[in-house]
Design a protein around this ligand. Structure first.
Ligand code: NAP
Length: 304
């Protein structure tokens, strides 16, 4: 039986591993077949403290993993296919094999940005296509950008991007925004932001980096190419919580609810990172809550 099983190998999971390993809890970390979380699909990370010159996302994750391994974290590659949290020890099934047993569980399965599903969007991800203005906006000084979406995230990202870009075109599939009035007003008043209504992105253009997008007006049927250096998707994130449906309390949008730090609705089960955070979604905040979850798990084991 394991003291601590951690599901997820992004900044939250790996930080939880560093802390629980250094607390001599011999954590087992289950990393999916696509390990490392969202940072493995970004290029340069300039806002993670401690790297004055910046660091490439995959390199940062490699370092975090090595740090967790150094203190004795055991890694298992595989996808968690089922969990049973009804009673302790908790049961965790990896790739449909024999269940593992755990005294505590730290869930750090993250969230996935919703994408448009276009082949070139995937190919140019990290090369002009992004879902994080805070992370990547800085690379687009004096460039023209496109943001897709009509919710609060789209307004927030578009407004933020005007700090760098000369122009930001918001492409929205309807003629009404979903965003809150205050966020809409801020964006509409911003002279650098233009709105393309009833429009969708049909393709992302560019060989090695984004050079434009193909736009279609779904009312008139008109199709045209809009040149831009970056495409920011703000059409929502989906927390990776399907495994826990019916077992843990979640928000309406599927994020795990936590109280008193990282405690979920089941004692001994903790959640860290984007899986419980719809608001900040930064590598450093994920790492911070990973540390919190490790300390919460350690204290839970001490008192159990
Ligand atoms: P959201 O509210 O779900 O908005 C998603 C937007 O993307 C909608 O306008 C939607 O269009 C559009 N969309 C969805 N799928 C699309 C597709 N396949 N193609 C084109 N457009 C698509 O998501 P969000 O903006 O990320 O916000 C999520 C939650 O976080 C909300 O509760 C929001 O209030 C909150 N939030 C708050 C703040 C803040 O207060 N500072 C900042 C960011 C987010 P339709 O409108 O047509 O559905």
């Amino acid at each position: 039986m394991h003291n601590v099983v951690i599901i997820g190998s992004g900044p939250a999971g790996l930080t939880a591993a560093v802390y629980t390993a250094r607390a001599n809890l011999s954590p087992l970390l289950i990393e999916g077949w696509q390990a490392g979380g969202q940072l493995t699909t970004t290029t340069e990370v300039e806002n993670y403290p401690g790297f004055a010159k910046g660091i490439m996302g995959p390199e940062l994750m490699k370092e975090m993993r090595a740090q967790a391994a150094r203190f004795g974290t055991v890694f298992r590659t595989g996808d968690v296919t089922a969990v049973d949290l009804k009673a302790r020890p908790f049961k965790i099934v990896v790739d449909d094999e024999e269940p593992l047993e755990a005294k505590t569980l730290i869930i750090a399965t993250g969230a996935s940005p919703i994408t448009l599903g276009l082949p070139n969007e995937k190919r140019l991800w990290g090369h002009g296509v992004s879902s994080c203005a805070t992370c990547d906006g800085f690379f687009f000084k004096d460039k023209e950008l496109v943001v897709v979406g009509g919710g609060d995230s789209a307004m927030e990202e578009a407004t933020f991007l005007t700090k760098f870009a000369t122009k930001v075109s918001v492409i929205h599939r309807r003629d009404k925004l979903r965003a809150s009035r205050i966020m809409q007003d801020r964006a509409v008043k911003n002279e650098k932001i233009a709105f393309l209504w009833n429009s969708v992105v049909e393709d992302v253009l560019g060989q090695d980096v984004v050079t434009g997008v193909r736009v279609k007006n779904i009312v008139t049927g008109k199709i045209w190419d809009l040149s831009c250096a970056g495409l920011f998707l703000a059409i929502g994130h989906r927390p990776n919580t399907a495994l826990f449906t019916g077992q843990l309390k979640m928000s309406e949008t599927g994020y795990l609810l936590t109280t008193h730090g990282t405690a979920t609705s089941i004692p001994g089960v903790f959640a860290a990172g984007d899986v419980q955070d719809a608001h900040y979604r930064q590598a450093v905040t994920a790492a911070g809550t990973g540390c919190m979850a490790a300390i919460d798990a350690e204290r839970f084991l001490e008192s159990a």
